[in-house]
Design a protein around this ligand. Structure first.
Ligand code: FES
Length: 563
């Protein structure tokens, strides 16, 4: 038994934390200085002619012209940088968009109204009078300070849910996702802000020139990363390495090897699976899973629970199920060095933007949720985890999570603790929050029922290990037209669309063939699919652009599929 190799410190998280730190410090300075300028202007306006009137005007000018501009520029551009390098984006959540618009408005107000008034205010104060624009300046700087305070509220409470674009992005799979930025880009944004600060202090002019250039670079890099993400999802395992051994069954797989094995309990093992030729593993996002092709030919799906930035291997955990179909027993018994095939990664359970997150894990289901909550925590967004298992000792990561996040994690074992109060947790969530659940079907079904019946303001996302029961007794035959080949394929009532299509396209991918893995996804060009998979959410039940033909059928006599 060997422990997996020690992970490198996550440089990206460190740089992102530095960027966030600089943003918060600059934003607090900006708000505080605007408040101080407002107070000084009020004192000057209400003072009699003399030193106090002149001194307060000069002091507020000093603050406004010499200091406030630097904190405003730094706060604004580090904020833009955070939006560009995280999955928040600019226009997907109402609170982020509001902050973006307010930031621009505050800078314009501060410079065009208050900043421009000082020459006249100073001249008037020397004559013992109030300048004509002092009231306007007080209101303008006061609004900047109040705007800063309101932005703090927005950052803390993240209200109002998603925008129209945010909702649309949610239903577009990889095309709707924003890829997190690479470490170099995040580091570049942080350093660019410092360089701008240094240049401004030397020249006396606060300008975000280097930060703006770096922001453009970050936007270009993000666009390219998103394109790669879409391609990766589309390929889902195809032709990425010298170790690619082509098609096995109907799923593209890479030659892999068990690089490390850690047995945690009698029935729980952690494996690190690497590409056999030493190539880095593919990029993945929290929520993703891989297919493992076992020596017996069985294919099983496992959620990835390691660090998405660690490209040395995929970390998965497996519970040995004595009453299962044999796959878990086989993988549990694999020794270090054993050869396996790796398909994917694939992500049917992506993170979406929300003001707050509730994660509900049952047993081994924590593996799908762990990278998600780590990403959310790292982004500084509010979340809570309810984690339930049979016995504490058999709950992976229970100690690690409760130690690391004592305030957000609630862990209970069925043999020792009362059931968690899910209703209380759901009732405390603000509108637009999302609930992610992964665990036994009974847990997910009951949560689904609760949310459907009592919490229309929440969205539930589930990841299933096993397909839900389906009634095929009422199946009707239909036809599928494939414009690329010109074939018209009959799908009889007693056969799946995937099996029928394989009679003309034997290489069509498919792994689980029970509607849970997503590997058989096809684009629908015309017709209305009848979704029977466990991948699309209830809200996506009317989608007519995609289907999983291993289980789904057609509402219409004819479907046109892109193959
Ligand atoms: S083969 Fe897994 S969803 Fe269709």
């Amino acid at each position: 038994m060997a422990r997996p190799g020690k992970k490198k410190p996550n440089a990206s998280k460190v740089w992102r934390a530095l960027l966030l730190w600089l943003h918060i410090v600059a934003a607090v300075c900006w708000m505080g200085q605007a408040l101080a300028v407002t107070v000084l202007l009020i004192i000057s306006a209400t003072s009699a002619a003399g030193d106090l009137k002149i001194g307060t005007i000069l002091a507020s000018d000093l603050l406004d012209q010499k200091i406030l501009g630097y904190s405003a520029i730094t706060a604004a551009w580090t904020g833009f940088g955070l939006s560009t390098t995280t999955t928040w984006g600019y226009f997907r959540s109402r609170w982020v968009t509001t902050k973006f618009v307010m930031t621009i408005a505050q800078i314009l107000t501060g410079t065009s109204v208050a900043g421009a008034a000082y020459p006249q205010l100073e001249a008037a104060s020397l004559d013992g009078k109030n300048g004509a624009s002092i009231l306007l300046a007080i209101i303008a700087v006061g609004l900047v300070a109040a705007g800063g305070a309101f932005q703090v509220f927005l950052s803390v409470s993240k209200p109002w849910g998603r925008t129209r674009w945010g909702h649309r992005a949610q239903t577009r799979g990889a095309e709707g996702r924003l890829a997190p930025a690479p470490t170099l880009v995040v580091a570049g944004l942080f350093l660019a802000a410092l360089v701008d600060l240094a240049i401004g202090l030397v020249t006396g002019i606060p300008l975000p020139s280097v930060s703006t250039a770096m922001l453009v670079v970050a936007l270009v890099v993000r666009r390219r990363a998103r394109t790669r993400l879409i391609a990766t999802d589309a390929a889902a395992g195809g032709g990425r390495s010298a170790a690619d051994r082509g098609s096995v069954g109907s799923t593209r797989v890479l030659d892999g090897v068990v690089a490390a094995r850690t047995q945690l309990t009698d029935s729980l093992v952690q494996l690190r699976v690497a590409v056999a030729d030493g190539s880095p593993v593919s990029e993945w996002e929290p929520g993703a899973h891989i297919d493992l092709l076992l020596p017996s030919g069985k294919v099983r799906q496992y959620s990835l629970h390691g660090d998405p930035e660690d490209r040395g291997g995929f970390d998965v955990s497996v519970v040995r199920e004595a009453e299962g179909r044999g796959g878990s027993i086989e993988i549990f018994d694999l020794a270090e060095g054993a050869k396996v095939g790796i398909g994917g990664p694939r992500n049917n359970f992506p993170l979406v933007n929300a003001p707050r997150y509730l994660f509900v894990a049952g047993g081994i289901g924590i593996t799908a949720l762990k990278p998600m909550l780590e990403a959310i925590d790292h982004a500084g967004q509010p979340w809570q985890l309810i984690y339930r298992g049979r016995t504490r000792v058999g709950m992976p990561f229970a100690d690690e999570l409760s130690t690391q996040y004592p305030d957000q994690v609630s862990i209970s074992a069925a043999d020792a603790d009362a059931r968690p109060n899910l209703d209380a947790a759901l009732a405390g969530l603000p509108d637009g929050s999302v609930v992610y659940c992964c665990g036994p079907s009974s847990m997910m079904d009951s949560l689904d029922e609760k949310i459907s019946n009592g919490y229309p303001n929440l969205t539930l996302h589930v990841e299933r290990f096993a397909a839900t029961a389906r009634d095929d007794s009422q199946n009707r035959p239909f036809k599928v037209f494939l414009p690329q080949t010109g074939e018209l394929v009959d799908v009889p009532a007693d056969k799946s669309a995937l099996d029928s299509l394989r009679s003309v396209l034997p290489e069509l991918p498919g792994s689980c063939e029970t509607g849970i893995c997503g590997s058989c996804e096809m684009r629908v060009l015309a017709g209305r699919p009848e979704h029977r998979d466990d991948i699309l959410t209830a809200a996506e039940g009317d989608r007519t652009d995609v289907m999983y033909p291993c289980v789904s059928r057609s509402k219409d006599p004819l479907l046109v599929l892109d193959a």
